[in-house]
Design a protein around this ligand. Structure first.
Ligand SMILES: NC(=O)c1ccc[n+]([C@@H]2O[C@H](COP(=O)([O-])OP(=O)(O)OC[C@H]3O[C@@H](n4cnc5c(N)ncnc54)[C@H](O)[C@@H]3O)[C@@H](O)[C@H]2O)c1
Length: 380
């Protein structure tokens, strides 16, 4: 029977994927260090790690002995373990590099040196962030040329020039769906480490004859996402503020957009990648393929909690944030045969119902913003 190793399997996406894999009668091994930033100082709600069908190893992907042990007898690795805060990555560069790049390199190193290797597929969780600002057209030039603007710098952001402009006519560019062959242009350290993970997996797997799938996830939301981590997860950060009766601070002008995909659709995409009977060797976007602005999602969330939206346009901005991104998901459908099922209204209701059953967390947003402002990485 297949033994699937999920690194970072105790986290948001990993916990959903584990349920899907167990339901499909796989055996799952989880390697996770239960990072306090995500799980709190005293992790709770993780009894399922010791439940039937799950073999839990408490340790880090940066520890060689632990990684060796975790890989024994495994047929497929789903590599999720990572540091995930875009803003935080801009000043904790060595830590992000060590866990995300170093951890991936170690995993592949152990595999490359194992003459009795049982692993035949690696599925990596990558990120839409690797596209940086993503792809655009100019509606005025109307020539279908794809533009890939550079990341926005502090000078541009401080003048509140949020949108990208056409190098030919100067008008605002319009975002179009990024597809997997668009160039990678990471605009944050987090994104740079995710892109490095992709390269390591692609090159090592090709050399070792191991199949791989790289799933570039858009903004994942849903039940089970960390409510403790103030460095990532806009909906969990906002949900805490809604429950505390606080306004929702909206960066820039609120018209920046993301592709919000429910965690059930993400877990199903991973399941399809794990179970695919044909070799993959592919990079695949995972999203719903539509864009929603941050102001819209904040209002939607408030309504899901049964309160009137209390949005405050702060005009704050963070270096490394991108303006727009949404995915072309044709390859998800073509290669993995998967079509997202959860629409935003259903997903938000499910998320809000789940949040209301959780202990009310501290609001650590000000602390996270202070860390950025004190380093000149955030302005207003
Ligand atoms: N959630 C999203 O919106 C999103 C979007 C794009 C990509 N991703 C990627 O998906 C993956 C999973 O994300 P998630 O949302 O489930 O994150 P998460 O923070 O909920 O889970 C990550 C898990 O990894 C564990 N971990 C962290 N460092 C580790 C280490 N050194 N060794 C072992 N375990 C470690 C944590 O304890 C946690 O359980 C990540 O690679 C992330 O970059 C997530």
């Amino acid at each position: 029977m297949a033994l699937i190793l999920i690194t970072g399997g105790a986290g948001f996406i990993g916990s959903h994927l584990t349920r899907h894999l167990l339901a499909a009668r796989h055996t799952v091994r989880i390697l996770d260090c239960l990072a306090p930033q995500i799980h709190g100082q005293v992790p709770t709600g993780l009894d399922w790690l010791n439940g039937p069908g799950v073999d839990f190893i408490h340790g880090s992907v940066t520890d060689e002995l632990v990684v060796r042990k975790a890989l024994q007898g495994v047929t497929t690795v789903v590599h999720l373990a990572a540091e995930t805060g875009t803003g935080q990555s801009m000043y904790e560069i060595a830590r992000y590099n060590s866990v995300n790049v170093g951890g991936t390199a170690l995993l592949l190193d152990v595999l490359a040196n194992d003459r009795h290797r049982s692993v035949n597929r690696i599925v990596l969780a990558s990120s839409r962030s690797i596209y940086g600002e993503g792809a655009y057209n100019c509606p005025s030039c109307n020539n279908q040329k794809r533009h890939y603007p550079d990341g926005r710098n502090m000078a541009q952001l401080s003048e509140h020039r949020w949108e990208h402009s056409c190098p030919t006519c100067g008008d605002n560019l319009e975002p179009v769906a990024t597809h997997e062959d668009d160039p990678a242009k990471p605009a944050s350290i987090y994104a740079a480490t995710k892109y490095a993970q992709e390269d390591l997996v692609r090159v090592a797997c090709s050399a070792l004859g191991v199949d791989y799938a790289i799933l570039r996830l858009q903004n994942v939301y849903g039940e089970g996402q960390s409510l403790n981590n103030p460095y990532t997860g806009i909906l969990s950060i906002f949900s805490t503020r809604v429950r505390r009766g606080q306004h929702l601070p909206i960066f820039e002008d609120g018209h920046e957009t993301r592709d919000f995909v429910h965690v059930q659709d993400v877990a199903n995409s991973f399941l399809a990648a794990v179970q695919s009977p044909s070799a993959l060797s592919a990079v695949i976007n995972v999203g719903v393929g539509t864009k929603t602005s941050v102001a819209e999602i904040a209002a939607h969330l408030s309504v899901s909690f049964g309160v009137s939206p209390d949005l405050l346009m702060t005009k704050e901005y963070r270096l490394g944030d991108i303006r727009h991104n949404f995915a072309d998901i044709k390859r998800l459908q073509k290669i993995l045969g998967y079509q997202p099922e959860i629409n935003l209204a259903t997903g938000m209701q499910r998320f809000a119902r789940w949040v209301q059953r959780q202990v009310l967390p501290e609001d650590k947003l000000n602390q996270a913003n202070f860390e950025l402002k004190s380093r000149g990485l955030m302005g207003e």
